[in-house]
Design a binder for this molecule. Structure first.
Ligand code: 2P0
Length: 326
């Protein structure tokens, strides 16, 4: 939808990885050390409008109506430079972004943010990009944004170079995700900095890379077979491995809070009671659990009960499903 030439609006949704992206082998191109796989959600989108402003001397970026300066604005401007390079344009732009997810709380706001920005900016500057090219472009803003271009379950191929590193859809069984928000505060160490520290200081990093490759291959098989139990077991084991390698940095980083650990314990206990769910957590304390659609509300009720005892509000727990691409 392009209401006027030079203006475009796009909406993109966050994604939660079941096989995580943690570490780059090329920081400039944002090539990951291994592939990953995620579920694009149907909640908490980012909506971004890009309007070309040929007379302006600089780009302008506002997030939730607040004008941004410093690194946040510079990062958007560097991204627009890339789009301008592809389009052969020198025009500056006004970028207006609206985020329904709390920024920096481990709910993948940079994924929805750069997926929406890539899509809107490509259109505003008149680029006609196929989904694969759009995914590659979004990747340059934030690695995980490559996956938010794609609806539902997405695999991000690590690739050997820029052209080979993109996300595309993969068939998978119907899943729901129950998100338990433990804390919405900005995290102390950004994913980008923490990834770099992990690669530079963790003695376990080489094993993390090979285990991620193995997890992804097994996950793709499990998705193709529609094997929920196998998908779940890989998801939870892999998430624990990511947090283990992050904790093994020097100085160490720990994203999980006591409430996160209590949620993981409860999810494991529920499996013993016939409610089959598996937990994961990104670079933050919030816990997401995958579950079959027919058991999603029961799981949400259980986690709400525990959340209440942990001091989390009733609104902390929500059920989300697979969402659309950008
Ligand atoms: C993921 N995360 O696969 C992993 C799991 C967080 C934990 O992708 O440096 O914000 O912009 O490429 O995409 C967060 O990393 O990092 C992330 P950059 P990004 O979802």
């Amino acid at each position: 939808m392009t209401p006027t030439p030079g203006t475009a609006t796009a909406r993109a949704y966050p994604n939660i990885a079941l096989v995580k992206y943690w570490g780059k082998r090329d920081e400039e191109l944002i090539l990951p050390v291994a592939g990953s796989l995620s579920l694009t959600l149907d909640a908490l989108p980012t909506t971004t409008t890009v309007r070309l402003a040929p007379d302006a001397e600089a780009d302008a970026f506002a997030l939730n109506d607040a004008p941004q300066t410093g690194e946040a604005a510079a990062r958007v401007s560097r991204f627009l430079d890339r789009v301008r390079g592809l389009a052969g344009s020198g025009a500056r732009a006004v970028v207006d972004s609206r985020n329904e997810a709390p920024t920096g709380a481990g709910l993948a706001s940079s994924a929805s943010g750069f997926a929406a920005l890539a899509t809107a900016a490509a259109r505003a500057y008149g680029l006609e990009l196929a989904p694969r090219e759009l995914s590659r472009l979004a990747r340059r803003g934030s690695g995980s944004a490559a996956r938010s271009i794609v609806p539902g379950v997405a695999v991000w191929h690590a690739g050997d170079d820029d052209a080979g590193s993109f996300a595309e859809p993969v068939p998978a069984p119907e899943l729901r995700m129950v998100i338990a928000t433990v804390d919405t505060a900005q995290k102390a160490v950004s994913s980008r900095a923490a990834m770099r520290r992990t690669a530079l200081t963790s003695p376990f990093f080489p094993a993390w890379i090979t285990s991620t490759e193995e997890s992804l291959a097994a996950m793709l098989e499990a998705c193709a077979a529609g094997d929920f139990t196998r998908i779940g077991r890989i998801t939870e084991a892999h998430a624990m491995r990511m947090h283990a390698v992050i904790q093994s940095c020097d100085p160490p980083i720990r994203y999980l809070a006591p409430a996160s650990v209590a949620l993981f314990d409860r999810i494991a206990a529920l499996r013993g009671e016939g409610l089959e769910a598996y937990g994961t957590a990104d670079a933050g304390p919030n816990v997401c659990a995958i579950v079959r659609p027919e058991q999603a509300e029961e799981l949400a009720d259980e986690l709400r009960g525990l959340g209440g005892r942990l001091g989390l509000g009733a609104e902390a727990v929500r059920v989300v499903g697979p969402g659309p691409g950008a």
